[in-house]
Write a protein that binds this ligand. Sequence first.
Ligand code: C5P
Length: 404
Amino acid sequence: MQTLAGKKILLGISGGIAAYKCADLTRRLMERGAKVQVVMTEAAKEFITPLTMQAVSGRPVSDSLLDPAAEASMGHIELAKWADLVLLAPATADLIARIAAGMGNDLLTTLVLATDSPIALSPAMNQQMYKNIATQENVDTLARRGMLIWGPASGEQACGDIGPGRMLEPMQLVEQCEAYFQPKPLSGKSVLITAGPTREAIDPVRYISNHSSGKMGFALAEAAAQLGASVTLISGPVNLQSPHSVQRVEVSSAQEMHTQVMNVADKHDVFIGCAAVADYRPVSIAENKIKKTDDNDDISIAMTKNPDIIASVAALTANRPFTVGFAAETQDVAKYAKNKLAKKNLDMICANDVSIEGQGFNSNDNAITLYWKNGEKCLPLSSKKVLAHSIMLNVHERLSVSNS
Ligand code: C5P
């Protein structure tokens, strides 16, 4: 699907080292049919030349607010109206601060003030500058005003530091643009998702848990939001950033997750139980740390069953959401998944074989078969993000059928 065909993207480049990636970004956007108009700050020109950007975009770069010749061809107000999307990449701490303050002291900030097109920005700066409370508050302010914040990624930085502040890679920005322009079939729908593991406390310092990374649930939340849904994500402890415009509730134990889900489940159109909920928890949590003793090599912990969250949601009699479960199996995947679909009274189940290396738990890839009453569909091995998107489109399709 060529969602970028004919789309007019105003690419605002500010002065960060990641600016050198903008030539590639422009190429990739244009390959997909987008028209790219580049606007550069003075500092950006220290990192990549306007000539390079003109050559790859096929258009003269705009860089001056007070240039009579430029104003005579496409003036800054006209430019602000031209864009279907304003993409600020890299967005430095300085650019973000100037936009947050409402300044218009160069062409790029003036365009941001003058446009009523959506604005996306991809922060890029040293990790300490990104973590600085001033930058954090500025980014929060822009997100609150409805700007889309794409990134930053975490990792090794040009200065040698490691941490958050890397601009998303050009292809990731292209994917964000594509997702932004795709049709929004879930707009007006609310989706509640559980993700990650739960932790079942044994004593004040120990717990029983599992290897769930939360990646699948977070990818589902991101896909649902990109498809227009309002999304609540109830997550166990994971090391992942919240997807943009998703409301996140953090929990630890299965009982906490159950309480939070049941508080809001009947206010949602769709519930997806993607969390790897612990089936059992210790009957009691020791008040103090359990000590190792010399007289006994074995200890036992009495366990009791946790509430089945998804079954509780599926059993709602009023305002029951369309309920989707996951089945991670190591054998007889189809048989167990279909059993679970019926036993838990689900509308759809996403089954995956976790015995195959390179997919499922903790991996970035997965393959899934969807089952519903009288139907099934195979979604082949792909990234969890791509898979999440297909799952959400299938949920939308089944939801439409069940509502008709
Ligand atoms: O029974 P099993 O754990 O294999 O079922 C998996 C599905 O049930 C997943 O959707 C999971 O999120 C959900 N589940 C739950 N509460 C539990 C156990 C599993 O919601 N206590």
